[in-house]
Design a binder for this molecule. Structure first.
Ligand code: B12
Length: 324
């Protein structure tokens, strides 16, 4: 049986909605009705958007749609489910994760604020991926730049294999400028988030450098790799011959955090070595992850373990557990 409304009914519904909108006082934000035991709604954020309907502003058809900024914390965390059966349970659940839980819906569709927040967060990830690490930052740590076999950002995303290989020019420059056979070679790579490097390098790098030096290790000449993938540490070490290579690199951004860095490392990387030979310290960010200062100190301790065991990755775990 077809239960769709007729054309006349649809027209009536539309007119009723429009009449309701005309009556709503300008500037009022429509909110979900609160249930008896719902947590108190935070105060409305300052409306940011004022959208004209029906063409040019100032006509009699004009309507203000005031949407609070969905990126402010109160809006981001606001429970959108109407009349929840267990409001406090739902609030606890939602506060335990940054995942988009309990956002509610408008009929079968996401709410406007859900879509706006998604769009805003997605834009931040795009900026992180397609941005560049500022040259001044790299200069401030004396890092020169080399490039992988990737030639532009689109190719970087499409060809991870090329991001794992230094270009011929890069191999030449690294061979010319870097100390050979150090105990520890530190490399910085943009990876999938320039924001991660920009925000965290100033904090993690000095701790790492000073910690490794105080531990008495000889350090290689550090440098920056553009369009970098983790596997490039094999190629790097093919040229420098370090005992341990430590790579600080931007992680794939998420819709909650876009500036997280990882420290990947390995004992004597080289051709044929895989992620099974590597270790990672992940989610390094001041925005809800491991603080970069702490991560730097942790990375130093990790390098000490790797050098003591002369192993990394799975082999290190096996040695530590006495299985090898
Ligand atoms: C993408 C990703 C993957 C992809 C990698 C494929 C690819 N080409 O990108 C897939 C789905 C295959 C994957 C698998 C695994 N992953 Co993963 N992965 C990630 C993720 C979401 C992003 C990594 C990233 O941005 N890297 C930077 C970019 C630039 O690197 P890349 O060169 O493009 O890709 C390399 C790395 O991503 C690396 N990699 C990915 N995961 C892991 C895990 C370990 C232990 C190592 C050493 C390397 C590694 O593999 C890629 C190829 O070399 C992170 C989450 C995070 N917060 O970082 C988890 C994360 C790094 N992965 C993790 C784990 C545990 C794994 C697995 C061991 C899961 C399993 N049990 O099978 C496997 C092992 C992978 C391996 N390569 O051997 C954990 C590591 C935790 C830890 N501190 O040890 C993380 C942090 C997720 C988490 N929070 O639990 N992973």
């Amino acid at each position: 049986m077809n239960s769709s409304p007729s054309a006349t009914e649809v027209r009536d519904i539309v007119q009723a909605v429009l009449a309701e909108l005309e009556r709503a006082p300008s500037g009022e934000t429509v909110r979900a009705p609160a249930s008896a035991d719902a947590p108190p709604a935070p105060p409305a954020a300052t409306p940011r958007a004022s959208l004209g309907r029906g063409g040019s502003a100032g006509t009699s058809n004009e309507m203000d749609v005031d949407v609070p900024d969905p990126t402010v914390t109160e809006e981001r965390r606001r429970i959108g489910v109407e009349h929840p059966a267990n409001a406090s349970g739902l609030a606890n659940l939602a506060s335990s994760t940054s995942a988009r839980l309990a956002v509610g819906r408008a009929g079968p569709r996401p709410r406007t604020r859900t879509m706006l927040l998604f769009g805003a967060d997605h834009a931040v990830t795009q900026d992180a991926i397609f941005g560049d690490v500022p040259t001044e930052l790299l200069d401030s740590f004396g890092l020169f730049t080399v490039q992988t076999q990737v030639t532009d950002q689109d190719e970087y995303l499409l060809r991870p294999d090329l991001g794992r290989r230094l270009s011929d020019e890069a191999r030449k420059v690294v061979a010319e400028r870097c100390v050979k056979k150090p105990q520890v070679q530190v490399v910085v790579g943009d990876g999938l988030s320039a924001a991660a490097v920009t925000n965290n390098l100033p904090h993690i790098y000095p701790v790492l450098e000073q910690g490794l030096t105080s531990a008495g290790f000889s350090l290689g000449t550090p440098f920056f790799v553009r369009y970098c993938r983790v596997g490039v540490i094999n190629d790097v070490n093919d040229v420098v011959g370090a005992d341990v290579v430590v790579l600080l690199i931007g992680e794939r951004p998420g819709l909650g955090v876009a500036d997280a860095m990882s420290v990947y490392s390995g004992w004597r990387p080289g051709p044929g070595k895989t992620d099974a030979h590597r270790d990672v310290i992940c989610m390094i960010t001041a925005n809800g992850g491991t603080n970069p200062l702490e991560a730097g100190a942790f990375a130093v301790e990790h390098v000490k373990n790797v050098i003591a065991a002369q192993a990394s990755g799975v082999e290190l775990r096996l040695k530590q557990s006495g299985e090898r």
